[in-house]
Design a protein around this ligand. Structure first.
Ligand SMILES: Cc1cc2nc3c(=O)[nH]c(=O)nc-3n(C[C@H](O)[C@H](O)[C@H](O)COP(=O)(O)OP(=O)(O)OC[C@H]3O[C@@H](n4cnc5c(N)ncnc54)[C@H](O)[C@@H]3O)c2cc1C
Length: 450
């Protein structure tokens, strides 16, 4: 039965909140889980079920040499409730883990509601509880009253209400012979510049303005900020708008021609290891296939692999590099944890993965045990590492991808082999970590196969 011992309050019964609650309870610590639905609904959720998938029913790849597949395997080995229920609700989906969404949400709801140490309270939480531990996992559509509280706690400049995200490419797939390093007017290798001739620019512009766009949800349409206009929207304003905007060549001299190019696309390193580059100013709502087709017209990116595509949608998230520790604790209050999309991880499984770590740590906090930072070589650890060490000035939510993991000691090609080796390294590190900290062990799908 629910005990009166020291409990953890989890706010939000989505992917992250349910995983956190489960992990805490599995460590014998009681949980109070608050979920506002069905009393108060979000603009995207349609049911009263916990862990409702708001859009696609795909949890992406389940192959071990794909980043989403590796993350799932790690979560299986750590006894994840979300992945266990997804496996049980799986539909035939080729290499992807696609689920029957009703069955999935039903399984999670039953597991949570039937756990003797979890009490589900169907109430909207408007204030951050003063006594902890508390895990806030209220997601991208956090209720406004609580969002206001979070904003007051961490500072208005650290909470965002929309996302304007530019694509990110794999550094190994850039053709450096066509680019040059440099910053505007400064002799600093801050950006990798992709110069364009007028002919190249014209072709790019023509394809950009006629490319197919993603249709936004009704509630997302209202949110349109001049400061984060999609690049295709800007391009439609005129042939030269981009040349005077994000593609302006001013102050950039191509060392090979000693001239200023007609236009320049700037790529900014996304992490200190420089394994990923962000296309500066390329927030976009083009379909993913169109982004790949059109952005590969940029000189140097002809064969670029996209680690993340650009998008624009409503999203509440905190600037985690400024606010959180890699244990998912708030820097200024040790008994306050954040988890899920609110922390700047992006996607269903990433949200659940952050809930898993926050949950384990909240339980360890109650039990007086040292808190855990997962190894950066694991996908689960790499996510926490990224959201807490990225540049706070340009922080934007991120899916799991191999660019987040430290590179291998030597260069390995082809990339399929490289990813397999990275996956093997991750699982080896994780196994040791599980033993070292005596964590619960779940059954993996790929055990003994790498
Ligand atoms: C419209 C939309 C579509 C998306 N589509 C996809 C997709 O197709 N694939 C993908 O991988 N990711 C998608 N995402 C991104 C993200 O992965 C999901 O939003 C994911 O559900 C995030 O998990 P979470 O646990 O952080 O939040 P959620 O799953 O949203 O859970 C948060 C929960 O907290 C509750 N809540 C909010 N405020 C309060 C409060 N004050 N008190 C109590 N309860 C509260 C909510 O009702 C909700 O149940 C989408 C996001 C949005 C907004």
């Amino acid at each position: 039965m629910f005990s009166s011992g020291k409990s953890v309050t989890v706010i939000g019964g989505g992917l992250a909140g349910c995983e956190a609650a489960w992990q805490i309870a599995q460590l014998n610590v009681p949980v109070l889980l608050y979920e506002m639905r069905p009393k108060v609904m979000t603009p995207a959720h349609k049911t009263d079920k916990l862990a409702e998938l708001v859009c696609s029913n795909s949890l992406r790849s389940d192959l071990i040499d794909k980043p989403a597949g590796l993350l799932k395997e790690e979560m299986r080995r750590l006894g994840s409730l979300i992945i266990r229920c997804a496996d049980q609700a799986a539909l035939p989906g080729g290499g992807a883990l696609t689920v029957d969404r009703e069955k999935f949400a039903q399984l999670v709801t039953e597991a949570i509601e039937n756990h003797p140490l979890i009490k589900v309270v169907r109430e909207m939480v408007a204030k951050i509880p003063e006594s902890g531990p508390v895990v806030i996992a209220t997601g991208p559509l956090t209720h406004d009253l609580l969002a206001n509280e979070i904003r007051q706690l961490i500072g208005a400049e650290f909470l965002y209400f929309y996302d304007a995200v530019s694509p990110i490419v794999d550094a190994e797939t850039i053709d450096y012979s066509k680019c040059f390093w440099g910053a505007r007017y400064r002799d600093e290798p801050a950006y990798l510049n992709c110069p364009m001739t007028e002919e190249e620019y014209r072709r790019f512009w023509e394809e950009l303005i006629s490319a197919e766009r993603h249709e936004p949800h009704e509630f997302e349409k209202a949110i349109f900020f001049e400061g984060c206009l999609p690049i295709e929207e800007m391009a439609k304003r005129g042939y030269l708008t981009l040349v005077y905007g994000p593609l302006r060549p001013t102050g950039l001299i191509d060392p090979r021609t000693q001239k200023q190019p007609f236009a320049v696309v700037q790529l900014r390193p996304e992490n200190a290891e420089m394994t990923m580059f962000n296309l500066v100013g390329f927030q976009t709502s083009l379909k993913w296939s169109e982004q790949k087709r059109v952005f590969r017209l940029i000189p140097g990116l002809e064969n670029a692999e996209f680690l993340r595509y650009g998008y624009i949608h409503r999203n509440t998230y905190i600037n985690s590099p400024a606010a959180l520790k890699p244990t998912y604790q708030f820097k200024r209050r040790d008994d306050l944890f954040f988890a899920g999309q609110l922390t700047g991880v992006e996607g269903y499984i990433e949200s659940a993965a952050s809930g898993l770590v926050a949950g384990i740590n909240a339980a360890r906090y109650v039990r007086g045990e040292p808190l855990l930072v997962f190894p950066a070589e694991t996908a689960i650890g790499a996510l926490a590492h990224y959201i807490t060490t990225a540049n706070p000035k340009h922080f934007a939510p991120m899916n799991i991808n191999f660019g987040l993991l430290p590179p291998l000691e030597r260069k390995v090609r082809p990339k399929e082999l490289r990813y397999r080796l990275m996956a093997a390294r991750s699982l080896e590190k994780l196994e040791k970590f599980i033993d070292q900290h005596k964590l619960h062990r779940g059954e993996g799908k790929y055990e003994g196969q790498l």
